[in-house]
Design a protein around this ligand. Structure first.
Ligand code: GLN
Length: 481
C-alpha cells in the first residue's frame, strides 16, 4: 500500500467506504511514520502500542478508524498525563476527559500523547521537561507552542488531526507557524472536564488539522454541553461540516483590525499576506471594513497577569501529597511541599507561579490583577461593539514566521508578544481560527479570523471558502513525504 501521509479525514473516510484500505492499514502506516520521523521531530512523548489503541475505541462512528494525537494535558484513561512536566511524569489518568470519551465513542484512534510546553506555558514548546519539538518546515525552527507536538505531528502528515489546548493562543500560533488549521472555540463549547487546568477562565480544548473541513468534523464530535463541567454552555452538538459549501454567508462583512495588522513589529511578509487575503475575501463577495480595537494593544499585558494569577492558584494542588512527584528525605509537611515543587516544576512554571502570587497579593492585587480584569472587560466591550458592525474580524495569527530555538532567551518579553494577536479571543471568550495564508522564506504564515460567541459555523464557513480559493493548505513539508 502507498503511504497515506497527509491524507485528510475526508480522504480516509472515502477510502474506507470504497474499500481502498482499512483502518488497520492506516493505523499501521501512521505508527510507521512516527517510528521513521519522530526521532527527528519530537512530536510525541509516547506512541501507544497498536493493540491498546484499537481496544479502547469503538469500531463505528463518524471518526471510525481515524488516527489523531492528544496533547499531554488532556486525560486519557489509564494513560500517563504528564503535562510535559517532571511533577506528573508518572501520573496516570483515572478517567477520560469528556472530549476523549466522545472521540472514542465515535471510533477515533488515539495514538499517543503529544509533547507541549510544561503545563501549556510557552509559545515554542521549549519549556517541555522532556524534549524539544522541531518545526517540520525547518528543523532549526520551533513549531510554536504550547501545543507544538500536536501541531507539528499534523503538519508533518503523521496524523490528520490532533487536540491541543488554548489559553492564549496555543493551538492557533503553532498552527500558523507550521502551516495548518487551528481552531479555538467559544469558551464553554467544548468541555474542560479532564483537561489539566492552567488558567481556567481562559482554557479551552482546541483542534488542529490540515483542512477546515477536518477541523469541523472533529469539532462536531466533541462540542456541546457536559454536566461534568460547570462552565460548559447549554448548547447541544450540531453539524459544522454541513454548511461548508465553499461560499461565504450572504452579505458577510469582514472587519480588518487595522491597529493589529499594522502594529509595530509585524513582519512585512505577514502584512502583505494579510493584504492578499483581504483581496481573496473581497472576490468571494465579502464587504471589507477597516476597524480598530484599541484595547487589543493591552491584551498581552492583561493576559500575562490573569494567566499567571490563575496558574498560581491552579498549580497549588501539585504539592507532593495528592499527585505526582513526592520528594524523599523531608522532615515536615512544609518541607514536603517545598521540595516536591522545587524538584517537580521547571523554571518557566516556577516563574509564573511566583508572578501569579505577586499579582494576587494583598499589596498588589489592585494595581495588577484587578486592573487587568477591568481592561479585559473593556476588551469584551470593544469586541461586542465591533460585532455590531462586522460579522468576523481579521488579523495575522502571529507577528512573523517560525523563529529559531532560544531566539528569545535573553528577551522573554518578545516571547510574550507572540500572544498579541491570539490572546484577545481567549480573554473575550470568542471563537477564532488560524488558516494558512502564505509563505515567507519557505516558512508558513497564518491568518486569523475571529467571530462573536458561538459563531463557529460562520467562522468555519468563511475559513473554508477562503481555503478553497487558495492553495496554501496544499503545501506540505517535502522532507516527510
Ligand atoms: N503562549 C501563551 C503562554 O505562554 C499561550 C499558552 C496557551 O495558550 N496555553 O501562556
Amino acid at each position: 500500500m502507498e503511504s497515506l501521509a497527509f491524507a485528510t479525514i475526508q480522504q480516509l473516510k472515502t477510502g474506507y467506504a470504497t474499500g481502498a484500505f482499512t483502518p488497520n492499514d492506516v493505523l499501521q502506516d501512521c505508527l510507521n511514520r512516527f517510528k521513521t520521523y519522530d526521532k527527528k521531530l519530537g512530536t510525541a512523548l509516547e506512541i501507544f502500542e497498536q493493540r491498546s489503541i484499537v481496544e479502547c475505541s469503538n469500531t463505528t462512528g463518524s471518526l471510525a478508524g481515524i488516527p489523531g494525537i492528544i496533547k499531554d494535558n488532556i486525560c486519557q484513561k489509564e494513560r500517563i498525563t504528564s503535562c510535559a512536566s517532571k511533577i506528573l511524569a508518572n501520573y496516570r489518568a483515572p478517567y477520560d476527559a469528556t472530549a476523549i470519551g466522545r472521540l472514542k465513542k465515535e471510533g477515533a484512534l488515539l495514538v499517543g500523547r503529544a509533547n507541549c510546553d510544561e503545563f501549556a506555558m510557552g509559545s515554542s514548546t521549549e519549556t517541555s521537561a522532556f524534549q524539544k519539538t522541531f518545526n517540520p518546515w525547518d528543523l532549526s525552527k520551533v513549531p510554536g507552542g504550547s501545543s507544538g507536538g500536536s501541531i507539528a505531528a499534523v503538519a508533518a502528515g503523521l496524523v490528520p488531526w490532533s487536540l491541543g489546548t488554548e489559553t492564549g493562543g496555543s493551538v492557533r500560533q503553532p498552527a500558523a507557524l507550521c502551516g495548518i488549521v487551528g481552531l479555538k472555540p467559544t469558551y464553554g463549547l467544548i468541555s474542560r472536564y479532564g483537561v489539566v487546568a492552567y488558567a481556567s477562565s481562559l482554557d479551552q480544548i482546541g483542534i488542529a488539522s490540515r483542512t477546515v473541513k477536518d477541523t469541523a468534523a472533529v469539532l462536531e464530535v466533541i462540542a456541546g454541553h457536559d454536566a461534568a463541567d460547570a462552565t460548559s454552555l447549554g448548547v447541544s452538538a450540531q453539524s459544522y461540516t454541513a454548511a461548508l459549501t465553499g461560499k461565504i454567508p450572504e452579505g458577510l462583512t469582514v472587519g480588518i483590525i487595522t491597529n493589529a495588522v499594522y502594529a509595530p513589529g509585524v513582519d512585512k511578509a505577514m502584512i502583505s499576506a494579510v493584504e492578499d487575503s483581504i483581496k481573496v475575501l473581497r472576490e468571494l463577495g465579502a464587504t471589507i471594513k477597516e476597524i480598530s480595537i484599541p484595547s487589543m494593544d493591552y491584551g498581552a499585558a492583561v493576559y500575562f497577569i490573569i494567566s499567571r494569577a490563575e496558574a498560581a492558584s491552579n498549580l497549588a494542588r501539585f504539592d507532593g501529597v495528592r499527585y505526582g512527584v513526592r520528594a524523599d528525605d523531608v522532615t515536615t509537611l512544609a518541607d514536603l511541599y517545598q521540595k516536591s515543587r522545587a524538584e517537580g516544576f521547571g523554571s518557566e512554571v516556577k516563574a509564573r507561579i511566583i508572578i501569579g502570587n505577586y499579582v494576587l497579593s494583598a499589596g498588589h492585587s489592585k494595581e495588577f490583577y484587578l486592573n487587568a480584569l477591568k481592561v479585559q472587560q473593556l476588551m469584551r466591550f470593544e469586541f461586542q461593539q465591533a460585532f455590531k458592525e462586522v460579522d468576523v474580524v481579521l488579523t495575522p495569527t502571529a507577528p512573523s514566521t517560525a523563529f529559531s530555538f532560544d531566539a528569545f532567551a535573553d528577551d522573554k518579553l518578545q516571547m510574550d508578544l507572540q500572544d498579541y494577536f491570539t490572546c484577545a479571543a481567549n480573554l473575550v471568550g470568542i471563537p477564532a481560527i488560524s488558516i494558512p495564508c502564505g509563505f515567507s522564506n519557505n516558512l508558513p504564515l497564518g491568518l486569523q479570523l475571529m467571530g462573536p460567541h458561538l459563531s463557529e459555523d460562520r467562522l468555519l464557513q468563511v475559513a473554508h471558502a477562503y481555503e478553497q480559493r487558495t492553495e496554501w493548505h496544499k503545501h506540505t513539508p517535502q522532507a516527510f513525504l
